[in-house]
Structure formats: structure tokens, C-alpha cells
Write a protein that binds this ligand. Structure first.
Ligand code: 5GP
Length: 198
């Protein structure tokens, strides 16, 4: 809808660098904000409630689900993750763009309700690079890393449902391409609204 902000989704295997791309993007581009998801998993060292995630119990999460409080939600690695609907809808109606860093299950749910959403899929340069990144990150145990590698193989099957796919080799190049995609999508005639004094 013209005048409304745009939804941008960034998906890709855990360890593909989505978090870094998102934070660099919002620091270098105006008019875009990052949605903070809710999750039932435990915070990792250094993660802050309300900044990295809204950490909640399964009961709290399920209550919110029942009240229609999520734009989308999905079970991932045994936990629940979801996008709180209110802040996203409010930002969009103010004309701000919103970026969601969510998995492929959530990506498809959002695309169904917001057909104009722009879907970007990020992949690491190789399977072994992904494994090395997950190991170097040191935030997951070996069984967790194996779970994430297996799920990564499934996620790659969703690439044809996405509008863009980027190989995240050099982070600065990837951020530059994502910025170009956002700028180009903002310039679509369908999103254009004439200035009031025209
Ligand atoms: P992590 O536990 O490593 O922070 O995230 C695990 C996965 O959950 C990542 O692939 C991330 O993109 C996904 N994720 C984070 N927030 C959401 C959300 O709100 N909805 C969905 N569907 N996936 C999410």
C-alpha cells in the first residue's frame, strides 16, 4: 500500500551472518528498523531482554499466540520463535520499513499475509564454512551444531520461494547489496506516493 512502510525478511541458515547484516544495515540506512522477536529459548551470555529477543516462558508465548499477538511464529530447534505483531504494524503504518530476521517457516507465513514483503535469503559460501562459523561462534554445543547443519540442508530447499539469494562471503559486500535491494524496492512505482503539494 503506498505510504506504508515495507517489510523485508532476511532468512538463511543459523551462522549465515543474518544478525551482523541486519545490525549493519540499520546503522547505515535511514527509515528502517529491526523487529525484536520473542523466543522461549534461554538467553545466551551477553544477550539482553528487549534488545536481542523478548525471552519468555512457553506459557507466556502460547498465551500471546492465542491472542493473535504474533505476525508469524514457528518451532525451531525445540523452541518457539515469533514476531510480535503490534510494533511491526505500527512502524509500517508510520511509513517506516521493518526488517525481520526470521526462519523459512516464518518467512512463508509473512509472505502469505504481506504479498509485497521482500524476501532475501542469505547463505554462507560453503557447507564447511557454515560448520566452521558455528563452531567458532562457540554459542552451541556439538549436538546443537549438528541439529543446525541438518536444518540448514532443509532450509536451502526454500530458496526458490525467496526473491533474492545472496552468498555471504564478505560481510561488507553483502550489506552493500542488501542496501541496494532495499533502495531499489523503495523506488518501485507501486510504492510511490506523490508529494502533497504536487
Ligand atoms: P537463534 O536461536 O540462533 O537466535 O535463532 C535461531 C533461528 O530462529 C534463526 O534462524 C533465526 O532467524 C530464527 N528466528 C529468530 N526470530 C524469529 C522469529 O521471530 N520467527 C521465526 N520464524 N524465526 C525466528
Amino acid at each position: 500500500m503506498p505510504g506504508q512502510g515495507m517489510l523485508i525478511l532476511l532468512s538463511g541458515p543459523s551462522g549465515s551472518g543474518k544478525g551482523t547484516v541486519c545490525s549493519r544495515l540499520i546503522n547505515t540506512l535511514r527509515g528502517i528498523r529491526l523487529s525484536v522477536s520473542a523466543t522461549t529459548r534461554q538467553p545466551r551470555p551477553g544477550e539482553v531482554h528487549g534488545r536481542d529477543y523478548y525471552f519468555m516462558s512457553r506459557e507466556e508465548f502460547e498465551k500471546l499466540t492465542g491472542e493473535g499477538g504474533f505476525l508469524e511464529w514457528a518451532p525451531i530447534y525445540g523452541y518457539l520463535y515469533g514476531t510480535p505483531a503490534g510494533p511491526v504494524r505500527e512502524a509500517l503504518s508510520r511509513g517506516e520499513d521493518v526488517i525481520l530476521e526470521i526462519d523459512v517457516q516464518g518467512g512463508l507465513q509473512v509472505k502469505e499475509h504481506f504479498p509485497d514483503a521482500v524476501l532475501i535469503f542469505l547463505i554462507p559460501p560453503s557447507r564447511s564454512a557454515l560448520q566452521s562459523r558455528l563452531m567458532a561462534r562457540g554459542t552451541e554445543s556439538q549436538p546443537e551444531i549438528e541439529k543446525r547443519m541438518l536444518w540448514a540442508d532443509t532450509e536451502l530447499g526454500f530458496i526458490p520461494r525467496y526473491d533474492y539469494v545472496l552468498v555471504n562471503d564478505r560481510i561488507s559486500d553483502t550489506v552493500a547489496v542488501v542496501r541496494c535491494i532495499v533502495e531499489a524496492e523503495r523506488s518501485r512505482s507501486a510504492r510511490f506516493r506523490l508529494p502533497q503539494d504536487w
